[in-house]
Design a binder for this molecule. Structure first.
Ligand code: GDP
Ligand code: MG
Length: 552
């Protein structure tokens, strides 16, 4: 595990090496300078998750030694704040694609005008944050503020977070909504840190007990130990453990940065290797042979594209059925939790969050149960479509030649396998789909029973009515409304896989043709110049393939 700054320096050096080479050998070499910029300004996020009033805002204020964040605000007006170090103090409100500057005073007083899903992004040239220049702390609305807060906590941050920081008030402990949150987080690989706040309220023994108990609860629900658990007090400015956890994350999160660029860079290395090898392996062919080779490549590509399109057509039905299975799984989950839902309505609990939680959990289960195996099978099918084009096999052919002492890592997965398996493994985010649907459907049943209250007979009868209503209306409506969007997500995964395959075939054809033309052009120069050119190909190839080990 590397510090971010070190990983950043290595990746930037890699971009700088690959950029001129990809300009020279690849027709599509334009992204590297963009990636370089993204790597340079990279931040790993740390969402703070806790109940309303757990002390998240106070903790951030204590950390930066200022009263920037409003303490004890109404959970409904709560929005997300991203806080990180920067060379200048900046305060920006993001509302979807729109951004507006806000003032520090507006943040302190809560007088900005924001929508529930807005984010205020803050950078401060603050001495206490300076030691963690690549981390962004996120003060999120408490989980009680409902289904959207919950969706936001996972959907917006799970892919870009170094760790989730669970903030717990020792007098409240690990509440049920936090446990449910942890259960959901299990599907993702992100580390979980835990901080027990307001530590000055308890004596040492009491604190030790709660640390022990919380640790055990996390392990029981999360299925693994918290990666870190400690106590802190914003009131007494006891923040030693906060600094410890931040420096740990700054020092360990290089991997997150590495993972977000790894496949992209691997693709460039792999394409470069292929493009250079095409030159080296074909330089001895005469003009007629080069022409014949070009024709062969064009024909192979056309065949492969046809196979992909056939496979994709056959896949259409399968994925349709898989989508239905997934939706049925979600329906069954709601039905088997019907009594929990009924009592939530009766006790005026948060039915939105309850339904949301059940759907999200069932979606994740159903996705790994039904969808991922189908995608995996399809990825092998796609691979066999392009198999005879030898996306990577030039390396194998050259193994016979003694000049390639570095050519024997043929067991490396090729970049096609890598990109496709990234698609298979990635879990689509369901929150943005189900959030709005559930809010709409569920609010109508809540209204219904608020109006009817008292007008019906015994409590038992009322329960039965609610149960019937949930079965026939709520569940049916939720199922109906999620079907389309879920199908769209699955189709999108299939389309992504098709796109990667077609691009691979197309790029392979283009770069091979270019290599053949390049050979023809280069050798019209003097024999000495062509010799030098061949030397350069060898040298460049050596530079490129050295990076396989680093990126695997
Ligand atoms: N005793 C004590 N109270 C605290 C501490 N941190 C926060 N509080 C109190 O807890 C309440 C909620 O704090 P706040 O930071 O708004 O919590 P948030 O909703 O999680 O952001 C406020 O009344 C704070 O004064 C602490 O370290 N010690
Ligand atoms: Mg707060």
């Amino acid at each position: 595990m590397k510090p971010i700054y070190k990983q950043q320096a290595e990746l930037i050096e890699l971009c700088d090496t690959l950029e001129p080479l990809s300009k020279e050998y690849l027709s599509s070499g334009g992204s590297l300078s963009d990636w370089r910029k993204e790597i340079n300004s990279y931040k790993a996020f740390i969402p703070l998750i806790g109940c309303y009033s757990a002390g998240k805002s106070s903790l951030l204020n204590a950390l930066i030694d200022s009263k920037l964040f409003k303490v004890k605000i109404d959970p409904c007006t709560d929005i997300a704040f991203e806080l990180s170090w920067g060379k200048q103090d900046t305060f920006i409100l993001q509302d979807g694609d729109d951004i507006y500057p806000v003032s520090m005073h507006e943040i302190q007083t809560g007088s900005y005008s924001a929508k529930p899903n807005s984010i205020i992004s803050i950078t401060l040239d603050n001495e206490h944050l300076k030691a963690y220049p690549h981390l962004a702390l996120v003060d999120l609305p408490g989980l009680q503020s409902g289904i959207n807060a919950h969706s936001m906590a996972i959907d917006s941050y799970v892919r870009k977070s170094a760790a989730y920081l669970i903030v717990i008030d020792p007098e409240i402990g690990l509440r049920r909504d936090l446990i449910e949150f942890l259960l959901e987080l299990r599907a993702f690989k992100v580390p979980v840190y835990c901080l027990i706040t307001k530590s000055e309220k308890l004596h040492e023994d009491g604190l030790n007990d709660i640390v022990k108990k919380t640790g055990e609860q996390i392990e029981a629900s999360f299925g693994r130990k918290a990666d870190y658990i400690a106590t802190a007090s914003a009131k007494k400015k006891d923040l030693e453990s906060v600094h410890k956890l931040l420096s740990q994350l700054e020092n360990r999160s290089g991997e997150l940065l590495f993972n977000s660029f790894n496949t992209k860079l691997y693709t460039v290395v792999s394409s470069l290797e292929k493009a250079i090898n095409s030159r080296i392996n074909n330089e001895a062919l005469n003009d007629d042979e080069l022409k014949a080779k070009e024709k062969e490549i064009i024909k192979q590509s056309a065949d492969a594209l046809r196979k992909v399109s056939d496979a994709s057509e056959r896949q259409g039905n399968t994925i349709q059925n898989t989508g239905t299975q997934l939706v049925m799984h979600i329906q069954q989950a709601m039905e088997s939790n019907i009594y929990t839902l009924v009592s939530t309505v009766i006790s005026h609990g948060d039915l939105n969050s309850q339904v949301g939680y059940i759907c999200r959990k069932a979606f994740l289960e159903g996705y790994s149960l039904y969808v991922q195996p189908i995608l995996k099978g399809y990825s092998s099918e796609l691979e066999s479509c392009i198999g005879n084009i030898h996306v990577e096999s030039i390396r194998n052919e050259t193994q016979a030649n003694s000049h390639s002492e570095f050519a024997n890592n043929a067991s490396e997965p090729n970049f096609f396998q890598r990109m496709v398996s990234d698609i298979v493994k990635s879990i689509p985010l369901i929150g943005p789909i189900i959030g709005p649907i559930i809010v709409g459907v569920v609010n109508s049943i809540i209204d219904l029973f608020r109006d009817k209250k008292g007008s019906t007979g015994s409590q038992e009868e009322q329960k039965q009515q609610i149960e019937m209503q949930i079965r026939q209306e709520t569940i049916a409506k939720v199922v109906n409304s999620i079907q389309g969007p879920i199908q769209e997500k699955l189709n999108a995964a299939i389309n992504d896989m098709n796109r990667v395959t077609e691009e691979t075939i197309y790029n392979n054809e283009e770069s091979t043709k270019e290599a053949l033309w390049d050979i023809q052009k280069q050798r019209t120069e003097s024999a000495a110049a062509f010799e030098a050119r061949k030397q350069k190909w060898q040298g460049d190839l050596e530079i490129v393939v050295k990076y396989y080990e680093y990126l695997s």
